[in-house]
Write a protein that binds this ligand. Structure first.
Ligand code: AMP
Length: 193
């Protein structure tokens, strides 16, 4: 069975961890735009130089750049039969761009899974991650900005997928294995509906 899935949820909801687990279980690649940007910054590529300052403030990278990057990634062989997108789409315009990319190959998003978590838990997790991973966008000010950006630009896309009957919300709190199982169960529900 193919799986074309987007994973939604605020920064710090555990998307990265769960994306890797879900993708493995579904046999599709986990594609994280944030990871791709970070790898480009680390390797000093042209793209990396363009996005370095933007990502450091917690703002969104311009849609043209991000959409192009996703278009290229989805065209690779391993994503032809499915993918799990983590961190994309991030605003309503990106939802439309993704729709268009997929329509070009006669496919569409099959499910949008949203990990929900308490905002205070998110701040605690992100602050902890800052000390472990040393991400430059995990300082308190930037975390707050990223949460604002999420509320203003990203949260509305849940409604877009909800209106299509594709949205499932899963409680992101709890044991990592438990959350993975909840996600798999929820996905099975929406994809067989
Ligand atoms: P993430 O690891 O998903 O939290 O992404 C880290 C940073 O990369 C974000 O704060 C943005 O600056 C940038 N970024 C990641 N995904 C996107 C996207 N879909 N659109 C715009 N910017 C993005």
């Amino acid at each position: 069975m193919s799986a074309r899935i987007v994973l939604l949820g605020p920064p710090g909801a555990g998307k990265g961890t769960q994306a890797a687990r879900l993708a493995e279980s579904l046999g599709v690649p986990a594609i994280s735009t944030g990871d791709i940007f970070r790898a480009n910054i680390k390797n000093g590529t042209e793209l990396g130089r363009k996005v370095q300052e933007i990502t450091a403030t917690g703002a969104l990278v311009p849609d043209e750049l991000t959409n192009e990057l996703v278009r290229d990634r989805l065209a690779q062989d391993d994503a032809v039969d499915g993918f799990l997108l983590d961190g994309y789409p991030r605003n309503v315009a990106q939802v439309a761009a993704l729709d268009e990319m997929l329509a070009a190959t006669g496919t569409a998003v099959e499910a949008a899974v949203e990990l929900t978590v308490d905002p205070q838990v998110v701040v605690d997790r992100l602050t902890k991650r800052a000390t472990i991973e040393g991400r430059v966008d995990d300082t308190e000010d930037v975390i707050r900005h990223r949460l604002d950006v999420y509320a203003e630009q990203t949260a509305p896309i849940s409604q877009v997928y909800g209106a299509r009957g594709l949205l499932v919300q899963v409680d992101g709190l709890g044991d990592v294995d438990e959350v993975t199982q909840r996600l798999l169960d929820a996905l099975q529900g929406v994809r067989s509906a």
